[in-house]
Ligand binder design. Structure first.
Ligand code: F6R
Length: 619
C-alpha cells in the first residue's frame, strides 16, 4: 500500500534527493499519509520523514536541507501497523548505532514474535510499525557480515508475510539492496545510475529501460551494476523490458486533476485495449493468452474474481459472456471467494480483474484458484505486477497509468478486455456467436467515438452536480447490464463526494428499497436501449413512473431518440444509441462526471479521497 523508490548514482550532488522526491511525487497515488527519505552521505545516514502528504516532507527538507548524496531511498506510506505519524513514517533505522535505513511495503505477519525477541535482546523500538523489526534484523545481520546483500538474505529468511524492502547502510555508499515477496519491485536501468521503484512511474523521468523481478528475489544496485539472487542465495535473472509510456502520459494533461484527465482518457483507453486483437480478416487473435485452445474449449465454468469497481466490470462481463458463449459465469468478490470452499476444477476458468495487479485480496484468490487446479487468466492494467505473474495467462488492458485513486478509465478498459475474452471464447468454441464475434468487435470499435460524444455533452450534468452539492443521499437504478452501472455510479459518488449512495436493480425496488423514496429524493435511472430484448426498456420506464409517483426527482440516462422516458424525467442525459450489451461503456460516463463534479463543488480532493489508497496490498 506504499510507494518505494531507491537510487544510486555517481552522485555527490543533490541528484539522489531530487530523483527520490520526483519518484515519490509520481508514486503518491499508492499511499499518501506520510513520506520520508534517507540518504547515505559522508559515512552517515541523513533522514527526514513527515506525516501527511509529500508537501510536508518537501517543506521540512527546505527548512532543513539534506547533504549531497548519490545513494538514497524514499517512501510514501499508507498506514497498516501504526498510525500515520512522523515516528511511524518510513524509512526506519536499525542497529544499535542506527546506521541502517530501511523502507517497506506490505505486512510482516510474524512481526510480534520477532519484535519480542529483539526487545528481549535489548533493542529499543521507536515506532509501532512492523517495518522497524525488519530494519533491526537487517542491521544485525550486517553487523555480523558487513555485506548488505547477505544481510538482507539472512533477514528475509526470518520474515513471513508480504513485503518489498529496500535498505541502505551508512558504511555502504553506492549500494541499495531490495527484496520482494508478494509485493511489487521494479528496477530502472540507467547509465552510471540505477533505480528501484514500486512501479516504473518511480523512475520514468530518467529511464525507460526496466527489469521486472520475480517472487522471492533480492536485487543489489550500484551505479554500474544490477545483481539479482533468489531467497535461496542462488543467482537469478530479472526480465528486462522497455517502458512504452513516457513521463508526460502520467501527468495531468492540462486537466485540473487526474480524475478529470482519466475520465477524458476513456475513448483512448477503450480504443487501445481493442488494438491488435484481430487479424486482417477480423477474427480475434489472442496469442498473448498462451493457454492451449483445447484447454479453453474444455472450460465449463467461468468465475470472475475482483474487488470494487473491477468486480462491477466482472458483473457486466457475466451478462455478455454467458450470452455469447453459453458458459455459466459467476462473479465473486475476491475476498469472499478466498475464504469459502468454491467448486472449482481444471475445467474452471478463473478470470481475475485488477487495475493495479497488486490487490492482495485478488492475488490471494488467484493463488487459491490455482491451488484448486483452475485455469487462471488475469485482466490487468499494470505490467510487471504480481497478479499477472501468478496467473496462467494475462490479457492486459491498455488504459495507461491510472493515478486518481478512484477507478474510471481502467473500468472501461476492463469491460472491454472481458468482452474481447468472451468473444474469443465464442469464436473458439463455435456456436451462434462464433460468426457474430467479428460484428460485435466492429460495434466495439465504434464505442470510443460514442464515449467522446458523451464527454462532449456533459455541461448539463456538471450543472446538475453543482446544484446538488448539498444533497445527502442519491439512489441509482439499473437493470441487466445497467445494474452494475448503477452500483458503480453509487460507488463513485460515495468515494469521491462522501455522499450516501446506493445502487439497486430496478426490479428489486418494489421488494424494499422503494420505501426510501420521499419527495425530492434524487434518483438516477440507467434506461436500457429501446432495442433491448424481453421488453426490458418498458419495464424500466414503468420503474421510473413508480418512483416519480412517490415524489422522486428523476435523472434519466437514456438513448438519443428514446421519447418514452420524457414524461417521467426531471432531467434527461442523452447517450448515443449503442447495442445493449455495450451500453455500460457509455452510460457510466455521465455518472463518473457527476460524481467528480459534485466532489469538486464540495471542494474535495477527487484524486485522493479520504481513507482510500490506489493499490490495496493488504487483505
Ligand atoms: C473504486 C476503486 C476500487 C478498485 C478496487 C480494485 O473506484 O478504484 O474499488 O476498483 O480496489 O483495485 P484493482 O483494480 O487495482 O485490483
Amino acid at each position: 500500500m506504499c510507494g518505494i523508490v531507491g537510487y544510486v548514482g555517481a552522485g555527490g550532488d543533490g541528484t539522489a534527493l531530487d530523483v527520490i522526491m520526483e519518484g515519490l511525487a509520481r508514486l503518491e497515488y499508492r499511499g499518501y499519509d506520510s513520506a520520508g527519505v534517507a540518504l547515505v552521505s559522508n559515512g552517515e545516514i541523513a533522514l527526514q520523514k513527515k506525516a501527511g502528504k509529500l508537501v510536508n516532507l518537501r517543506e521540512a527538507i527546505a527548512a532543513n536541507p539534506m547533504p549531497p548524496s548519490g545513494t538514497a531511498i524514499g517512501h510514501t506510506r499508507w498506514a497498516t501497523h501504526g498510525g500515520p505519524t512522523d515516528h511511524n513514517a518510513h524509512p526506519h533505522l536499525g542497529g544499535p548505532d542506527l546506521r541502517l535505513a530501511l523502507i517497506h511495503n506490505g505486512i510482516i505477519e510474524n512481526f510480534h514474535a520477532l519484535k519480542s525477541r529483539l526487545v528481549d535482546d535489548g533493542v529499543v523500538f521507536t515506532s509501532e510499525t512492523d517495518t522497524e523489526v525488519a530494519a533491526h534484523l537487517v542491521a544485525r545481520e550486517y553487523a555480523a557480515s558487513g555485506d548488505l546483500t547477505g544481510a538482507m538474505l539472512a533477514a528475509v529468511a526470518q520474515l513471513e508475510g508480504a513485503f518489498t524492502l529496500l535498505a541502505v547502510h551508512a558504511d555502504a555508499p553506492g549500494v541499495v539492496v531490495g527484496a520482494r515477496r508478494n509485493s511489487p519491485l521494479v528496477v530502472g536501468l540507467g547509465t552510471g545510475e540505477n533505480f528501484l521503484g514500486s512501479d516504473v512511474a518511480a523512475f520514468i523521468g530518467h529511464t525507460r529501460e526496466a527489469m521486472e523481478l520475480g517472487q522471492d528475489q533480492i536485487v543489489t544496485i550500484t551505479p554500474d551494476s544490477v545483481t539479482v539472487i533468489g531467497f535461496d542465495g542462488e543467482p537469478a535473472e530479472g526480465r528486462r523490458f522497455h517502458v512504452d509510456w513516457d513521463a508526460a502520459a502520467a501527468e495531468k494533461g492540462g486537466y485540473p486533476n487526474y480524475m478529470t484527465k482519466e475520465i477524458h482518457d476513456q475513448p483512448r483507453a477503450v480504443a487501445d485495449t481493442l488494438l491488435g486483437r484481430t487479424d486482417a480478416f477480423g477474427a480475434l487473435v489472442l496469442d498473448e493468452l498462451r493457454i492451449s485452445e483445447d484447454a479453453l474449449r474444455a472450460v465449463d465454468k467461468i468465475v470472475f474474481i475482483a474487488c470494487g469497481t473491477a468486480a462491477y466490470a466482472g458483473m457486466i462481463a457475466k451478462y455478455a459472456i454467458e450470452h455469447w458463449t453459453r458458459i455459466p459465469c459467476e462473479v465473486e468478490l475476491a475476498h469472499e471467494f478466498r475464504y469459502r470452499d468454491p467448486v472449482i476444477d481444471a475445467k474452471t476458468l478463473v478470470v481475475s480483474i485488477s487495475q493495479s495487479g497488486e490487490t492482495m485480496d485478488t492475488l490471494m484468490a488467484v493463488k487459491h484458484a490455482s491451488d484448486l487446479g483452475a485455469l487462471t487468466i488475469s485482466i490487468c492494467n499494470t505490467h510487471g505486477s504480481t497478479i499477472p505473474r501468478e496467473s496462467d495467462a494475462v490479457l492486459y488492458t491498455h488504459a495507461g497509468p491510472e493515478i486518481a485513486v478512484a477507478s474510471t478509465k481502467a473500468f472501461l478498459a476492463q469491460i472491454t478486455a472481458t468482452y474481447i475474452l468472451g468473444l474469443y471464447l465464442a469464436q473458439l468454441r463455435g456456436g451462434t456467436y462464433a460468426d457474430e464475434a467479428q460484428a460485435v468487435m466492429k460495434d466495439m470499435h465504434e464505442v470510443p467515438a460514442k464515449i467522446q460524444a458523451v464527454l462532449d455533452s456533459m455541461d448539463r450534468v456538471r450543472e446538475i452536480a453543482r446544484f446538488m452539492a448539498d444533497t445527502r443521499a442519491v439512489l441509482f437504478l439499473g437493470r441487466h447490464v445497467g445494474y452494475p452501472v448503477a452500483l458503480e455510479g453509487a460507488l463513485k459518488l460515495k468515494e469521491l463526494a462522501y455522499i450516501h449512495a446506493e445502487g439497486f436493480a430496478a426490479g428489486e425496488l418494489k421488494h424494499g428499497p422503494i420505501a426510501l423514496i420521499e419527495p425530492g429524493q434524487p434518483v438516477f435511472v440507467i434506461v436500457p436501449s429501446p432495442s433491448s430484448e424481453h421488453g426490458l426498456h418498458a419495464k424500466v420506464v414503468s420503474n421510473i413512473q413508480e418512483i416519480r409517483a412517490r415524489g422522486a426527482r428523476t435523472i434519466v440516462i437514456a438513448e438519443e431518440g428514446d421519447e418514452d422516458v420524457v414524461p417521467f424525467a426531471d432531467e434527461i442525459v442523452r447517450v448515443p444509441a449503442t447495442p445493449p450489451l455495450l451500453a455500460p461503456l457509455v452510460t457510466v460516463v455521465p455518472l463518473q462526471v457527476f460524481a467528480c463534479e459534485l466532489a469538486n463543488a464540495k471542494g474535495l480532493d477527487v484524486d485522493q479521497p479520504r481513507n482510500l489508497a490506489k493499490s490495496v496490498t493488504v487483505e
